[in-house]
Design a protein around this ligand. Structure first.
Ligand SMILES: [Zn+2]
Length: 62
C-alpha cells in the first residue's frame, strides 16, 4: 500500500521506504531491518513529508 495515497499496488511498483529518526527515507536495498513503508514513485515527495506513525493515539491528519 502506498503511504501517500493509501492505494494498493504490487510491491514491484512501489518504492520501499524505511523509518529513520522519525522520518521516512528511500531504502535502495529494500532490505533494511527497520520499520518500512511503501510508496509509488510518483508519490514519494508526499510520502517523505509524512512523519513516521507510532503506536498510540493517532493524530488526525487533514
Ligand atoms: Zn501513491
Amino acid at each position: 500500500m502506498c503511504l501517500a495515497c493509501r492505494q494498493r499496488a504490487p510491491k514491484a511498483e512501489l518504492t520501499r521506504l524505511v523509518a529513520r529518526d522519525g522520518r521516512y527515507e528511500v531504502d535502495p536495498t529494500g532490505r533494511a531491518q527497520t520499520r518500512g513503508a511503501y510508496s509509488h514513485p510518483g508519490c514519494l515527495e508526499k510520502s517523505l513529508c509524512r512523519p513516521v506513525r507510532r503506536r498510540g493515539p493517532a493524530s488526525p491528519t487533514v
